[in-house]
Design a protein around this ligand. Structure first.
Ligand SMILES: *Cc1c(COP(=O)(O)O)cnc(C)c1O
Length: 416
């Protein structure tokens, strides 16, 4: 049985331990919700002040050119690209994941419709347990297109391969499931979909900055994802969209605003798409929020996703082991895969009173979150989570369960 002291030794031997100092974390809090809102990089506060006081306050409109504001969506995309196995000029940071998914899906359907051998394909395959906004966006787009497109919702990942047929236009999947933390095999699913003639869109919201990703090696077509979770970009920081180089010139989406034009300041009355990844942009970027994303990306520059993955798996293994050995007499059930190859960087346990327990843990300074129907979700961010945090979080959970320190009639907050 592992003791608290053992976890202190693990922290001493952890080569990534020094990265915690890059973050501003409140004393007395164990933060296990970086999968929902990443912690604040210390550099963000001074960067925000510089943007507001100097770049906006003093330099005013000149900053669009001088401070790199106009190119920020692309320069950030280039910084982020290595984390997802993409190249320079293939990613922009803009809008939110929902909007970027809309653009990617519309473009993918259009590419399929324009090819003789795929023109009749009308089905988008995804998982019923996908993050709801992904499903809603697909429903919204297909309803609006009104051309007989439909969604095929698959109940388990095992059924995905068989669901991809010669009717499938697009396979649209989230790499790591937000609820269970299950990691899908990007390479195998992409290859299978391509073999059936379908295009593939990956949503990387719970995997970018959490697990190593190689979009190029997988041969994927499009990807989207947010920057405010594991990438620590800040609340509501803009998302990203990746377009594989072979699709860039055919990438056409209905939100063709002036920022996606080849020469926005020509003020041409006809839209002509930029012959670059800028074609994925629509309108003016939220510079203050967008610029802070670099502070989070800079921290990733001090390590590698491979090193982070080793620690992430050690943290999640430890958490699973401690919860199962110490809380085994309570009705807690692991829903996250034990198999490393199928696990993201979070661990979810089911308990009939999950919401009340999470609420109590948060009040005691251990911050995880709750997801329907009865899931306690804990995110592990190897940049700043310590092994002793895992031990202390489990200690708090054990005490909360043993002492029944929760109110089963707990009323729900609007964000759970
Ligand atoms: C967090 C998350 C989103 C968020 O979408 P926004 O439009 O940025 O709010 C989308 N998809 C998945 C899979 C997510 O986990």
């Amino acid at each position: 049985m592992i003791s608290r002291n053992d976890t202190l030794v693990m922290d001493q031997q952890d080569v990534l331990a020094c990265l915690r100092d890059e973050f501003s974390l409140p004393a007395g809090i164990i933060y296990l919700d970086g999968n929902s809102l990443g912690a604040q990089p210390k550099a963000a506060a001074s960067r925000a002040a510089a943007i507001i006081e100097q770049e906006w306050g003093t330099d005013l409109i000149r900053s669009w050119n001088q401070a790199g504001w106009f190119d920020l969506a692309v320069t950030l995309g280039d910084s982020l690209a290595p984390l997802i196995g993409a190249g320079a000029g293939e990613v922009v940071v803009t809008d939110n994941t929902s909007v970027n998914l809309f653009k990617a899906l519309a473009a993918a359907l259009q590419i399929q419709a324009a090819q003789k051998n795929t023109a009749n394909r009308r089905v988008i395959v995804t998982e019923r347990s996908n993050f709801p906004t992904d499903i809603y966006i697909a429903q919204g787009l297909t309803r609006w297109l009104d051309k007989g497109y439909s969604l095929c919702l698959v109940d388990t990942p095992d059924e995905l391969q068989a669901a991809i047929t010669d009717d499938t236009a697009v396979l649209m999947l989230t790499h790591v499931n937000y609820r269970t933390g299950q990691l899908l095999d990007m390479q195998a699913l992409t290859r299978h979909a391509h073999d059936q003639g379908a295009l593939v869109i990956w949503d990387l919201c719970h995997s970018a900055g959490a697990v190593p990703i190689d979009l190029a090696m997988a041969g994927a077509d499009f990807a989207v994802g947010c920057t405010y979770k594991y990438l620590n970009g800040g609340p509501g920081s803009p998302a990203f969209i990746w377009v594989a180089p072979e699709h860039q010139l055919q990438f056409s989406h209905p939100l063709s605003g002036w920022w996606g034009h080849a020469a926005p300041f020509n003020m041409d009355p006809t839209f002509k798409p930029a012959p670059s990844i800028r074609c994925a942009l629509s309108g003016t970027q939220p510079i203050v929020s967008q610029a802070l994303i670099q502070c989070g990306l800079d921290v990733f520059g001090k390590t590698t996703m491979q090193a982070l993955r080793v620690k992430s798996l050690a943290l999640t293994d430890l958490f699973i082991q401690l919860v199962e050995t110490r809380c085994g007499h309570h009705p807690v059930t692991l829903v996250t895969p034990r198999d490393h190859a199928q696990r993201g960087s979070q661990v979810s346990f089911e308990h009939p009173h999950a919401y009340a327990i999470i609420h109590s843990l948060i009040e005691q300074g251990v911050i995880g979150d709750y997801r329907e129907p009865s899931i306690m979700r804990f995110g592990f961010t190897p940049l700043y989570t310590r092994f002793v945090d895992v031990w202390d979080a489990v200690e708090c959970l054990v005490d909360t369960l043993n002492q029944k320190k929760y109110n089963v009639n707990q009323s729900r907050n609007s964000v759970t």
